[in-house]
Design a protein around this ligand. Structure first.
Ligand SMILES: [Zn+2]
Length: 236
């Protein structure tokens, strides 16, 4: 029963994340202004019917009701991923604070990843949100001392890579620094290894060994690695 509520809540938060991704990357928009949703193409004000998480996308067949512009599949995916994660984790995790910290970390990483894919940048507020939930998770699962060591190690390693090797953005450095708190050294290494392996497999499959024409954002791979590390932290 609870997982149905968690799914619905996750979809609503996912819908909010979509608004955050769009608003933080669009010119002249803030999270509060305008206070209602608009179509990015025709600027038409959206009604509640167009804003139901997951369902509106299906009912409207992925098109704006007013101008027919295609709504990016990202809107549907973010809501679906977020809702599914909330529903699955509530089955296994009975500690409320731990659950909230895990949801916060996942949602922050989800927004960061999709924002990076679309805009090649990460907004500071998302890193701060990740940091807060990561500290909360660290406090619940082990202690801040071990978390701080992993965070510092990840931050230093990535800043060296960022300085001397192209391909890593400063956002990746901040990301591992913020998420590092939720892991110990072993899980941090696993997280980075998983991220590197998926990144390599992706570029082999997508580009067949050729050099890609434009840079590939690394944060989605890093986020998957971090989630693997964090889930391993849970089973001790
Ligand atoms: Zn429109």
């Amino acid at each position: 029963m609870w997982y149905i509520l968690a799914f619905v809540f996750g979809a609503i938060i996912g819908s909010f994340l979509n608004a955050v991704i769009y608003r933080l990357s669009a010119e002249g928009l803030t999270l509060w202004d305008p206070p209602y949703s608009i179509c990015p193409v025709c600027k038409h004000r959206l009604s509640w019917k167009d804003n139901i998480p997951l369902l509106s996308y299906i009912i409207l067949k992925g098109k704006c009701r007013y101008c027919g512009a295609k709504i990016p599949i990202r809107y549907f995916l973010v809501e679906l991923f977020n809702a599914s994660f909330y529903a699955i984790t509530i089955i296994f995790i009975k500690d409320f604070v731990l659950l909230i910290s895990l949801w916060g970390i996942f949602s922050s990483l989800l927004a960061i990843s999709f924002m990076d894919i679309e805009t090649f940048s990460i907004h500071d507020s998302l890193i701060i949100s990740l940091l807060i939930f990561s500290l909360l998770f660290s406090y619940k699962i082990h202690n801040l001392f071990y978390g701080s060591i992993a965070a510092l190690a990840g931050f230093l390693l990535f800043i060296v890579l960022y300085k001397f090797k192209k391909g890593l953005g400063f956002g990746d450095v901040l990301l591992i620094g913020a998420a590092g708190f939720s892991m110990d050294m072993v899980k941090l290494n696993i997280a980075i290894l998983v991220a590197a392996v998926i990144g390599i497999i992706y570029s082999l499959v997508a580009f067949k060994g050729y050099k890609p024409k434009k840079a590939i954002p690394f944060t989605p791979f890093l986020s998957v690695g971090i989630m693997v590390g964090i889930i391993l932290m849970l089973r001790r």
